[in-house]
Design a protein around this ligand. Sequence first.
Ligand code: PLP
Length: 331
Amino acid sequence: MAEFGTVFIPKMTQASFSNNAWSDISVVPVDKLELHAGAHVLHYSSTCFEGLKAFRHEDGSVNIFRMDANIARLRQSSRILGLPDFDDKMAADMIVQIVKEYADQTPEPPGSMYIRPTHIGTEAAIGKASAPSLSSLLYVLLSPVGDYFAGGTKELRVLLEEDGMRCAPHMGMVKSGGNYASALAPISAAREKYQADQILFCPNGDVQETGAANFILIDGNEIITKALDTSFLHGITRDSLLTLARDMGMTVSERDFTVDELIERAAKPGTEAALSGTAAVLTPVGTLIHKGKDYAVGNGKAGPVTDKLRQTLNHLQWGKTADKYGWLTKV
Ligand SMILES: Cc1ncc(COP(=O)(O)O)c(C=O)c1O
């Protein structure tokens, strides 16, 4: 299977904003984008995106998971970046139209059709370092994908980073390219130095998230994860898993917690930790690396609660259990 996100459906939907109005939606090739070299996005990073998935069910239907939540987050990111707003319906039409057109290319579970709505500032204006782009382009790419972590449940090694941070604290909740650029160098260094798969950013001891997923700690019947604030991405998988966990009778504690508490709880035999995200789903963390030392989480292996939560989410996405929260949109 090709590397995640490297295979593209040849067409995408797009709409552009200029002169205070959105164009109609059009379907265009993905391999060529015409931009002025002075486009705002290329200089001042006026860009945000989403990642969501469509799943093939046994009856042959194709269903998009939590599209409304992803559209709401893209609108929020756009607002914070000063990009033009759009209405929910336009974005939903753009997503549904292209997913429907290429529905037959949606892989069987555990594969899916990964959907990447993207919004960029296109105004040719290199003097606008501190002013928003007045024009923009919104487009929806598709990429058929397999399992993000091929080999499924291989436990991750995660470095606890207390000195740096992933991005500026007011930008964490924005799904914008600059945040990923800002985290790239520390993640690359952690891979090389500690053979870490990811960094868990914990500025001044505050346990936040990794470069591309949220972090949850499972201690017995309790799930602990940082409460929503501006400093990290409000994951839709996180929200879905917490909803499922509450329904399973678990206690969900959304609150701040420190590296000290994390290491202390991780030492207990039954503790589990995992990364949650659209791509990662729920991937177990086996080892925490802190100040040059390895700490196993529980017994260092994938635990039963992580497995059960992941399976419960997957079964809903794959249409094996009822969609009782109304999270799926059939195309
Ligand atoms: C930085 C970051 N945190 C968390 C997540 C998880 O968000 P979601 O569950 O909406 O995919 C992502 C994206 O997958 C991310 O890039």
